[in-house]
Ligand binder design. Structure first.
Ligand code: SAM
Length: 504
């Protein structure tokens, strides 16, 4: 545990002097002159003295592509290099942050048997979801096989795709809990569709196996099947895949719900899972897992860190919150180590943690022009009308629909129903006179990008540390997804000590 605590403390030491960059909002960039307080002085000096801003940015892209660049003069590249040291991928070790291969090795060391590759079901799911379901179901199947789990409970099961595949392909009985009735009802319908789909794909597999002897399609046998189904090919799937509409809290008696769903079954070594358990549902999942003896293993991937409630800082939306929900603890922090420090991040910082650095840096998906428009609009509006910070002006994704700043301002003023005339000359001058600030904003955006995985590391490590503090040493952070496809790519995997296991 000391290792995790030390890593967390190192992350905090790095984040603290840079916190203004991630705790501020881009909307206020111009109004509050945020470049003065958020961009480190060496970087700011370099921008101000460099003959070409474009070359500075090119150098950053180039350095990211090449990987480790030593002897760079670019302060921006150096910033990224330091931040990189605190990403979960850089912190990987054999102990508490491991790769998916390392996890499978550990499971095989504990007799999980063969790791079975899951099918990729394309129909009814986005490409991203079908990829996530394929990978996650394979991990869950391996963990449940290691722990000899009779059943799986899927918290925040949503549309029920994951549970369906676990039931259909891996023969696991599942119970999906979600507070949204539309989801649980939809999940029941979809699992019927998927069952039929699955049966058909199995038949196709068999026919491919027979072709194999003629050497024609021999490669197919090693591949997981890819399935498609027509709407009319539906049958009922109700034996292995059940749904209950329920708002899960750390007090929920989920074992009883499982008994109700499967009254004739003998339940043992139950596996708790959650794919993209948004906001506080992640903390709830971990609390339930650690306190409920019938839960044997856990595979959980979080998301939407900005929706969490923190113990040591109130969100701006706190007035809408039902405080009784937090009698059993908040979404962050979970570990005693951070709770003793009364550590907090704040909503803007957590929001920054949800950015996808891979998509920005590897795919060059920078979208700073809409951010610049919005920040400049704020400055313009404040010169015309009084704006109450408690009731911010929301224009949504208007910038993507506009071909110029002038058009954007006109449409924003109309949308906000503000009562003043827009002067086009004034708008053009405002835009032209803020080009240097636009450069600063781009740098600010890059710094946020560099810090995003560091914030995520802190949030995820807090979760694993919590589990280890509860006496669960086999608790790991595992990168299970490709971050370019699925940015929230880290799972928390935990297995209770072998001695506690029943019915083996
Ligand atoms: C991001 S979605 C993920 C859905 C699904 N696991 C997937 O990956 O497609 C999160 C789901 O959790 C559900 N949820 C969030 N908090 C919950 C709670 N406390 N109890 C039950 N369901 C919850 C939401 O309704 C939503 O369907």
């Amino acid at each position: 545990m000391e290792h995790i605590q030390r890593t967390i403390d190192n992350i905090i030491d790095f984040i603290t002097p840079n916190i203004d960059c991630v705790s501020t909002h881009t909307v206020h960039f111009m109004v509050e002159k945020l470049w003065e307080t958020t961009i480190p002085k060496p970087i700011l000096n370099q921008i101000n003295t460099s003959p070409s801003f474009d070359n500075l940015i090119e150098e950053l892209w180039d350095a990211r592509k090449k990987g480790n660049v030593s002897n760079t003069n670019s302060e921006l590249v150096k910033f990224f290099q330091v931040a990189d040291q605190f990403r979960l991928t850089s912190l990987m070790n054999d102990d508490y942050i491991i790769s998916i291969e390392e996890l499978f090795k550990k499971l095989q060391g504990r007799n999980c048997g063969q790791i079975i590759e899951s099918a990729k079901v394309k129909q009814h799911m986005s490409e991203k979801k079908s990829y996530e379901v394929k990978v996650m179901s394979q991990v869950v199947a391996a963990v449940t096989s290691t722990c000899n789990s009779s059943h799986i409970i899927d918290l925040g099961g949503g549309q029920g795709y994951l549970s369906s595949i676990l039931a259909l392909q891996h023969g696991k009985k599942t119970l999906s809990l979600d507070y949204n009735q539309v989801n649980t009802h939809g999940a029941a319908v979809r699992s019927k569709k998927l069952e039929k789909l699955w049966i058909r794909s199995q038949k196709r597999q068999e026919s491919h196996a027979s072709v194999e002897h003629h050497g024609k399609n021999w490669k197919r046998k090693n591949k997981a099947p890819v399935c498609t189904i027509k709407e009319e090919e539906l049958v009922v799937c109700k034996e292995h895949c059940k749904q209950i509409t329920h708002f899960v809290t750390p007090d929920s008696d989920i074992s009883s719900m499982l008994s109700t769903a499967y009254p004739l079954d003998s339940l043992h070594n139950i596996c708790l899972i959650g794919l993209h358990t948004c906001g506080d549902l992640s903390a709830t999942t971990l609390r339930l897992f650690s306190k409920c003896p019938s839960l044997e293993c856990l595979v959980q991937v979080g998301c939407c860190y900005h929706l969490m409630e923190e113990e040591f800082v109130k969100s701006p939306f706190w007035k809408d919150v039902d405080t009784s929900l937090y009698e059993h603890g908040y979404g962050f922090p979970l570990s005693e180590h951070l709770r003793r420090k009364k550590f907090f991040l704040g909503r803007n910082v957590r929001m920054s943690g949800t950015q996808s650095p891979e998509r920005v840096m590897d795919l060059k998906q920078t979208q700073t022009l809409p951010l610049f428009y919005r920040a400049l609009l704020e400055k313009y509006l404040r010169s015309k009308v009084t704006i109450n910070d408690e009731d911010p002006k929301v224009v949504g994704r208007l910038a993507t629909k506009c071909s110029s700043f002038e058009e954007y301002v006109h449409r924003a003023v109309k949308k906000l129903e503000l009562d003043f005339e827009v002067d086009d000359t004034e708008i053009s001058q405002l835009f032209e006179s803020h080009q240097r600030e636009y450069q600063y904003l781009q740098i600010y955006y890059f710094l946020k990008t560099a810090l995003a995985p560091v914030i995520e590391a802190l949030i995820v490590l807090d979760r694993v540390l919590y589990l280890r503090e509860q006496g669960l040493p086999e608790s790991y952070v595992v990168q299970i997804f490709d971050p370019l496809i699925s940015p929230r790519c880290y799972a928390v995997v935990s297995m209770k000590p072998t001695s506690a296991r029943q019915n083996e």
